[in-house]
Design a protein around this ligand. Structure first.
Ligand code: HEC
Length: 220
């Protein structure tokens, strides 16, 4: 009886040992490939994650017919805080903002790129939030909000953000980080987001591809 079962090739112990080795080896190769592929896609300066100096430009979020969702569009030069930065200066500023976001644990309440907690709004496109007023006052309102949000009801969420002891320097860096993050191609996340009107002239506003931008009145 015992010898009958050992006659089937697929029931032999050595076959399954070899299978385990081959499957492990093949999976390792696939995972190594995927790791390199992912690192290339998430590194700043790539196709989807722009270089840090993108903060020198206007960032729009417009509907792409072909992809059937909104995509970030890097527009004309519009330096953050009115000063164009070199790639390394921009990298340093954005990195300082990222460190502030980590040190103050913003993800304890917020999501960034969809990751984090659901108490407060997602910050991926916060730079483009119409709640900042107009693009002329946005930078200053963001700095003031971050430094002391406790007396500012912003989104009518009914929840308030506490004062986190953020210095002006940290707030500026955080704004740079948020501007850079809004330029990341996230495959349309968040969906149906209505960005702030950033047009300079009425003609430009009319030429905007987004229905949201075309509807609202141009900023003077
Ligand atoms: C204790 C929870 C909490 C923490 C921690 C927190 N926030 Fe907030 N945040 C909120 C809430 C609640 C709101 C919504 C406030 C409102 O609508 O008036 C908010 C709103 C915001 C907004 C406005 C979002 C928009 O686009 O309308 C920004 C920007 C923001 N937070 C940034 C940050 C950053 C950066 C940090 C970390 C340095 C942080 N928050 C940490 C609770 C928090």
């Amino acid at each position: 009886m015992a010898e009958m079962t050992t006659n089937y090739w697929w029931a032999s112990e050595s076959f399954w040992k070899k299978m385990a080795i081959w499957i492990t080896a093949a999976s390792a190769v696939v995972l190594i490939f995927l790791t390199f592929d992912t690192v290339a896609k998430i590194t700043a300066g790539g196709k989807r994650v722009p270089a840090y100096s993108v903060i020198n430009h206007r960032i729009d979020y417009v509907f792409d017919e072909k992809r059937n969702h909104q995509v970030p569009v890097i527009g004309p030069e519009e330096p953050l805080f009115g000063r164009s930065l070199s790639e390394s200066e921009a990298a340093e500023l954005v990195n300082k903002g990222k460190l502030t976001v980590q040190a103050k644990n913003c993800m304890n309440c917020h999501t960034l790129l969809g990751n984090g907690a659901y108490f407060a709004p997602d910050l991926t496109k916060s730079w483009l939030d119409p709640a900042w007023g107009s693009k002329e006052v946005r930078e200053q309102s963001m700095i003031e909000f971050l430094m002391d949000p406790s007396d500012k009801l912003h989104n009518a969420l009914g929840r308030r953000m506490p004062k986190l002891g953020i210095t002006e320097e940290e707030a500026r860096a955080t704004v740079a980080f948020l501007k850079w993050m809004s330029a990341i191609d996230t495959n349309g996340f968040p969906a149906n987001f209505k960005p702030i009107d950033q047009a300079d002239t009425p003609a430009e506003a009319g030429a905007q591809a987004t229905p949201a931008a075309a509807e609202s009145s141009p900023v003077q």
